[in-house]
Ligand binder design. Structure first.
Ligand SMILES: *Cc1c(COP(=O)(O)O)cnc(C)c1O
Length: 357
């Protein structure tokens, strides 16, 4: 006699919803922190010439040596630190959780923050603790953080720096106190480093329990799925054991090496995005009934009177952003817009102004 699905699937999995991504259709896509710029025709030609050399019949280099060397140079990973690559930093979060998982083990993060920390903790069976940020400016509530760390003795703490979806970068002095107090690993998730003013990459080694995570996704290569984890050998040699051998495919390795050889192109694009972010913020705050927060990332969080109505109105105007209302109590009537091209930003502001009238 067969048992049913619900007899076999762990209750934690049954309670989850699969990560949902809406179909954008041909909307202006300002929902996922993608770089809006593509490469010019010459660069695409050069890239295709590189891809022609790909040996699709062979497994990729499991150590991705050339790519790691490139990433080390571009992201300024200290020579003394090890690196692990992931199929996006999402996969690195999963490897970290798999490595540190165990009976009663805790994964802790401030919230609202990146939803994958909680989702992955639940999937691997770790207990997740979310500590609310401060309501006014989304800074760390240090009293609550240190108390939660003291109480729960987390194996793993994630700090997104800058934070998604709020866009702010936490105070360095608070981050240092958290690293010092945490008995387990502290991972600084620097997905938005290309748009931020500060990094902890150069401080690896200063603390025995500090790791830094980066991704090329927000830099302009979201389609490749490539993230990196940097830190002391003692930790990374253990985490490496949970990595599936050929997780970075041939096309990603070749394409990323090529793209990083042309880093200046990406760098120019992120410069442009940073400049346009300032204009977008100004435009948002000029609209009646909109409160927008400053950001060190490539998106802006803002609050309106009725987020669902604004979200729907924008969608009817062919513009897709992210509605955060209902995702966390601190995000009531909040929306998140990714910085697009100047034309896209103008279209967004124009539509929003119309809807807010
Ligand atoms: C987007 C994002 C990631 C995911 O990066 P991928 O490399 O595309 O998996 C990780 N952390 C934060 C905070 C993000 O916003």
């Amino acid at each position: 006699m067969n048992k049913s699905v619900t007899d076999w699937i762990r209750p934690e999995i049954q309670q989850l919803s699969a990560y949902h991504v809406p179909d954008p259709g041909d909307a202006i896509k300002l929902d996922a922190m993608e770089n809006p710029y593509r490469w010019d025709a010459t660069l695409v030609e050069e890239w295709l010439n590189v891809l022609r050399t790909a040996a699709l019949n062979r497994y990729p280099d499991p150590a991705a040596r050339e790519l790691k060397q490139q990433l080390r140079a571009v992201m300024q990973v200290p020579d003394t630190m090890d690196m692990i690559l992931g199929n996006g930093s999402d996969e690195l979060i999963q490897m970290l959780a798999l490595t540190l998982n165990g009976q009663g083990r805790i994964l802790l993060a401030p919230e609202p923050s990146f939803v994958m920390y909680r989702l992955i903790a639940q999937v691997v069976g770790m207990q997740y603790i979310g500590v609310p940020l401060q309501a006014n400016d989304f800074g760390l509530d240090m009293f609550a953080m240190l108390e939660a760390i003291e109480t729960h003795q987390p194996a793993l703490v994630f700090l997104a720096y800058p934070n998604n979806p709020t866009g702010n970068a936490f105070d360095m002095i608070d981050i240092e106190a958290i690293i010092e107090t945490t008995p387990g690993l502290v991972v600084i998730d620097e997905a938005y480093a290309p748009f931020a003013n500060n990094t902890l990459m150069s401080r690896l080694g200063e603390y025995p329990n500090l790791l830094v995570m980066r991704t090329v996704s927000k830099l302009g290569l979201a389609g490749l799925r490539l993230g990196l984890l940097a830190g002391p050998h003692k930790w990374l040699e253990q985490i490496e054991k949970t990595r599936l051998p050929y997780n970075i495919n041939v096309l990603t390795q070749l394409s990323a090496v090529f793209a990083l050889q042309h880093y200046a192109v990406l760098d120019k694009q992120t410069d442009q995005i940073r400049a346009d972010r300032a204009e977008l913020l100004e435009g948002l705050n000029a609209i009646n009934g909109v409160q927008a927060w400053t950001s060190q990332a490539n998106f802006i969080l803002f609050r309106v009177a009725d987020a669902q109505a604004i979200f729907n109105g924008l969608k009817e105007n062919g513009i897709l952003i992210k509605n955060l209302h209902g995702s966390h109590s601190l995000l009531n009537n909040c929306l998140r817009v990714t910085v697009g091209t100047p034309e896209e930003n103008r279209a967004f502001l124009q539509a929003l102004t119309q809807i807010c009238l």
